[in-house]
Design a protein around this ligand. Structure first.
Ligand SMILES: Cc1ncc(C[n+]2csc(CCOP(=O)(O)OP(=O)(O)O)c2C)c(N)n1
Length: 806
């Protein structure tokens, strides 16, 4: 589909105007046809679920006119027309995603991994290297949680501010930014503005003054729940009035327009986006009177809850004329219907730009085009599977599995599941022979292919994967001992010198250099743009990091305490952890999250919920250094890599004395390689983080008691022990204890499974494989509270003695 024109910068001729309007109309009606056919495809059983952009076409076409190469979108599932309009999605590709066609050429957004309506562009080439993002329109990858697109939108917009204002980024970064002239376009449904993420983002954008253009498609409903239950004063623009920018204040510009009013939509977007782009003042465009002709999605029908509701037909001044049932109102205010009326009545220079017949012809063509695109998408999807089915049928018949073969033959439109399931069932009872061997090989080959189709790219697969970073040993030229925080600070200073794209931000990170002074003096040295304070808003601190990393910057987002990571765990889990996977390597997000945790004092300053974290962020590297030298080495590794990572510094380590490395900013700690810190023969003890120090002390006591413990620091939990160093130790000691300060069955259970099951450690055990953890309750306050809540030296000593005696 042809891309719509961007905003006319010069006067255009009447012919050009006519052409543009009719192209817009064609786009609107073609998109509508796709939605109508899409619903039928789902209800007819050819796709699982459908959610469409019908009723929202016109506003999206008008928004798209202001979207330039280099701009970014962070939106939601209604935006199909916008994606068509910016030329980053064809109708056939849209249908391919509806069918879950697991091929990146068919569905470039997600290679069949996301349900329909989840859009993304491709920022990376096939090697995982950045493409020229300024030569293409960009869309960050959509996720389903309502308002989940908001935090990253803030970061996408903030990147423009950083590129515009950081003198070191004015040349050499042309593929990421043109002096910060890029706008980040957000879209959201009116009901989703009820989410905290929306408010947090709007507030932060108002404070930060970044080029963020937020459109609200207001159809008045969130599935079956109307605006009356969602939004104060029934209007998001009214509710946001206090955020409005005044003459000498920060804040947002707020615009109101109607989803069916082509001329007004165009004027509004033209003004709003131009000012947003130029002045870096965020704006909110409240698009009202939007309809939803087919209801929310293919799950259920809206007649159930809308048939008792009515709305007013009004004259052009807004005076109510007639109250009609809502579903009738939808027909009158349908944006495509209204657009058609407008075209017929629009007479620049006294003559119409199109007759009713011309518009009929456009509509007829839209029907044909959409149907052809659907058929082509279905055929491409089915052809691959049909080929696979034929191969399996031949083999099944050859080995005499006639019943399974005929079941597969009779499947109307089989998926890969049916084909592979038939092959595997056939193998269960297959006689030995050449064809059975072929079938087994076929299953094996397809299983590998399907892993590639559905499971690749959880972590970086590029040359910059953190697993490929060269190990550089730490060097010392003196015995100078310093507070741990100095190592962090001076190491970051070295990294900031090396990498102009690096920046950090968080609560108290800027002026005071974080609450533990790990960034002391850094703001003075590197400027407020690179070392900055944020509001208390973890979800959008994370979002700043995600958005900026998607645009090529190297953000380090600081979350003040591990306990408060929960506020942004949703984004870490749903968004950050899945970026590479859900785009099948189309985008990457090399964000480093820096936080501090484990034991200190107080219920909410000493948690170590590592099981919760590692089980929710597969796709993110999780580092649990035992001291600041290790932490610094991990940062040095991660900054060279394009994986997303979380580093948890030890809260009680900033004032502990450590030797000052000589090669700060250079030495690296390998990811996924534990360290045997103390060799021993009686028991293997695996630990990490702050508990590691407790274990080290316990080992001294145990040595005095004649027990020799091999003490291993896991160092990273995701990934864990890639070289199976732990089982090597267990093979020697025949006893295994995992110690941490998570709840019982938390991360310790994960580590036990890794060593016993994945590494096969169960074979070498002479005693119960054990864990020692914190209690199930939260850590109580004070030193006594800590002693009775978390594993102590005595706990470790007694546990080890018990195992050795067993
Ligand atoms: C966090 C979360 N809660 C609930 C849902 C289920 N859900 C999907 S769409 C939707 C309604 C959204 O309404 P609105 O934001 O107005 O967008 P619309 O679909 O009307 O365009 C809900 C509740 C979800 N996807 N995510």
């Amino acid at each position: 589909m042809a891309r719509t024109k961007t905003a006319p910068e010069a006067e255009i001729t009447l012919d050009e105007l006519k052409e543009e309007i009719l192209r817009d109309y064609a786009l609107c009606v073609t998109s509508r046809e796709a939605s109508l056919i899409g619903r039928k495809e789902v209800l007819g059983g050819k796709a699982k679920f459908g959610i469409f952009g019908d009723g929202k076409e016109l506003a999206q076409v008008c928004m798209a006119k202001q979207f330039r190469n280099g701009d970014w979108r962070s939106g939601y599932y209604r935006d199909m027309t916008f994606m068509f309009a910016i030329g980053e999605l064809t109708v056939q590709q849209w249908f391919a995603q509806l069918y879950a066609h697991a091929d990146v050429n068919a569905d470039p957004s997600s290679a069949g991994r996301s349900m329909n309506g989840h859009f993304a562009t491709r920022s990376l080439d096939e090697h995982g290297e950045w493409k020229d993002l300024m030569a293409q329109p960009n869309s960050s990858p959509d996720i389903s949680p309502t308002a989940g697109q908001m935090p990253r939108l803030l970061g996408l917009a903030q990147a423009s501010k950083v590129f515009r204002n950081n003198p070191a980024l004015q040349s050499g970064y042309e593929r990421f930014s043109d002096h910060g002239n890029e706008v980040a376009f957000g879209t959201i449904g009116d009901a989703s503005t009820s989410e905290g993420h929306f408010w947090e983002t709007i507030n932060a954008a108002g404070v930060l003054q970044v080029p963020m253009a937020m459109s609200v498609w207001d159809d008045g409903w969130g599935i079956s729940v109307s605006k009356a239950y969602q939004t104060t004063k029934n209007s998001i623009s009214k509710a946001l009035a206090g955020f409005e920018k005044e003459e000498n204040s920060n804040g947002l510009r707020i615009y109101k327009t109607k989803g069916w009013d082509y001329a007004h939509l165009n004027r509004t977007y033209e003004e709003a986006i131009a000012r947003c782009r130029e002045e870096h003042v965020p704006c909110l465009i409240h698009v009202e009177e939007v309809t939803q002709p087919q209801g929310h999605s293919t799950s259920g029908s809206h007649e159930r809850y809308k048939s008792t509701v009515s709305d007013w037909i009004r004259d052009k001044d807004g005076t109510p004329l007639e109250e009609v049932p809502l579903l009738e109102w939808y027909k009158v205010y349908d944006c495509n219907v209204k657009f058609r009326e407008w075209i017929v009545n629009f007479k620049p220079g006294g003559s119409s730009i199109a007759s009713a017949e011309e518009l009929d012809a456009i509509e007829a063509k839209a029907k044909t085009d959409a149907r052809a695109a659907q058929k082509a998408a279905w055929k491409a999807f089915q052809d691959e599977i049909k080929g696979e089915r034929l191969e399996v049928l031949g083999l099944l018949e050859g080995i005499g599995s006639e019943a399974i073969a005929s079941e597969l033959r009779n499947e109307q439109s089989p998926g890969r599941k049916e084909v592979l399931s038939a092959a595997r069932r056939g193998l269960l009872t297959a006689p030995a022979g050449v064809l059975t061997d072929q079938l087994r090989e076929w299953v094996q080959r397809e299983t590998e292919r399907n892993h590639e189709r559905y499971g690749s790219h959880l972590y970086s697969q590029s040359a910059k994967s953190c697993l490929n970073v060269r190990e550089v040993p730490v060097e010392y030229t003196s015995d100078e001992q310093v507070d741990g925080r100095i190592i962090i600070r001076d190491n970051f200073a070295a990294l900031f010198e090396q990498e102009p794209l690096l920046l950090t931000f968080g609560e108290d990170t800027g002026k005071i250099g974080d609450v533990n002074q790990g960034m002391e003096g850094m703001q003075g040295r590197f400027g407020e743009l690179r070392v900055s304070d944020t509001g208390i808003r973890e979800a959008t601190i994370l979002g700043q990091g995600i958005g900026m990393a998607l645009r090529g910057l190297r953000p380090v987002a600081e979350i003040q305490y591990l306990d408060y990571l929960l506020y942004c765990l949703q984004g870490m889990s749903d968004d950050l952890a899945t970026v590479q996977w859900r785009t099948k390597g189309g985008q990457k997000c090399p964000l480093i999250i820096r936080t501090r945790g484990h034991r200190l004092e107080g219920v909410w300053h000493s948690g170590s919920p590592m099981g919760m974290i590692i089980n929710s962020v597969r796709g993110v590297v999780v580092c649990v250094p035992r001291n600041m030298q290790q932490a610094a080495g991990m940062y040095n590794t991660l900054i060279q890599s394009d994986d997303a990572a979380l580093v948890i510094e030890c809260l009680n380590g900033y004032r502990s004395k450590e030797r000052l490395p000589a090669n700060l900013g250079e030495f690296t700690v390998p990811i996924g390689i534990p360290e045997v810190v103390r060799e021993g023969t009686d028991l293997t003890l695996v630990s990490y983080g702050s508990t590691f120090t407790v274990c080290a002390k316990a080992c001294d006591t145990l040595a005095e008691l004649g027990i020799s413990v091999e003490l291993i620091d896991a160092r990273t939990l995701l990934p864990f022990d890639r070289t199976h160093r732990c089982v090597e130790s267990v093979r020697k000691t025949n006893r295994l204890l995992v110690v941490d300060e998570d709840v019982p069955g938390g991360a310790s259970a994960y580590l036990l499974r890794e060593i016993l099951e994945v590494q096969g450690g169960y074979r070498y055990l002479d005693a119960t494989p054990s864990t020692l953890t914190a209690k199930a309750h939260r850590p109580a306050y004070g030193s006594d509270g800590d002693y009775f809540s978390k594993p102590s030296v005595e706990d470790v000593v007694e546990k080890v003695m018990g195992l050795v005696k067993e």
